[in-house]
Design a binder for this molecule. Structure first.
Ligand code: NDP
Length: 252
């Protein structure tokens, strides 16, 4: 068991990559605290992972929610060894026609939400811990409509390097996992919520054709990379971005 006796906080642990990671962490001996906004999926995840999981409803963009979350964690869960700042949203922001509120929501969720989660978690983090941010291949792609999203994911990589320097004296490592196209509900949310079946199929084919391995990633494949960064297997890996994309960015 790679995480025996460890305690992990996973934001957005009620869906997609976060939930797959929570399952793997529990299987590897960890106790996990998962957060999300949606009560129903949160309840489902806790029921499935009981007795090794606790769930907390918290919006990463809301300062009051974070305050309540970390006060509850300190009382009910104790110190942390691992933080996976995973919660995030996608969204299209076509330059010249982007509403400021949509742009800000992406920034506040993906960048501010991740930073202030970690900022509040640090006092609870044990020495020798591990922090992992969930980035994206969009840090490297330069795709139309993704200005805000790409900025947040690139920002996480720069931020992780600086935080790694802040926390190095305590041997707390800080890294970013950068998923490529991964089969999760994010692809059916936000601006894609009203896509027709035909549009979804077209998008799925387009994405697959741009990946060297010719297929989408599974959330469980991302979870394995997060486990690697969270565990002692990566004890000398710090301040890096680990791209997990089936060759989307690295291969012709
Ligand atoms: P999901 O939509 O399945 O998961 C997103 C998670 O983030 C949900 O648990 C959601 O909780 C949570 N979340 C979103 N906004 C907030 C908020 N304001 N406060 C608290 N929680 C919030 O998608 P993924 O699993 O794919 O996404 C996880 C991460 O992976 C994201 O950061 C995403 O950018 C990144 N990523 C995903 C890729 C993919 O192809 N799937 C590719 C590259 C990166 P709730 O449902 O309760 O709102």
């Amino acid at each position: 068991m790679k995480l025996a006796g460890k305690k992990a906080l996973i934001t957005g642990g009620n869906s997609g990559i976060g939930l797959a990671t929570a399952r793997l962490f529990v299987a590897e001996g960890a106790e996990v605290a998962i957060t999300g906004r949606d009560q129903e999926t949160l309840k489902g995840a806790i029921t499935e992972l009981r007795p090794n999981a606790r769930g907390y409803r918290a919006d990463v963009t809301a300062a009051e929610d974070r305050k309540q979350l970390f006060s509850a964690l300190a009382k009910e869960f104790g110190n942390l060894d691992i933080v996976f700042a995973n919660a995030g949203i996608s969204g299209r922001t076509v330059t010249g026609a982007t509403d400021e509120a949509i742009f800000e929501n992406i920034i506040y969720t993906n960048l501010n939400g991740a930073f202030f989660t970690v900022n509040s978690a640090v006092p609870l983090l044990n020495d020798n811990g591990s922090i992992i941010f969930n980035g994206s291949v969009h840090n490297h792609l330069g795709q139309s409509g993704m200005a805000a999203y790409a900025a947040t994911k690139g920002g996480l990589v720069s931020m992780a390097r600086a935080i790694a320097a802040d926390l190095a004296p305590r041997n707390i490592r800080v890294n970013v996992v950068a998923p490529g196209a991964t089969k999760t509900p994010i692809w059916k949310r936000g601006s894609r919520a009203n896509d027709t079946a035909e549009q979804s199929a077209k998008l799925a084919d387009f994405v697959s054709s741009s990946i060297a391995l010719g297929r989408w990633g599974e959330p469980e494949e991302l979870a394995k990379a997060v486990l690697f960064l969270a565990s002692a297997d990566s004890s000398y890996i710090n301040a890096i971005e680990l791209v997990v994309d089936g060759g989307m960015t690295g291969a012709p």
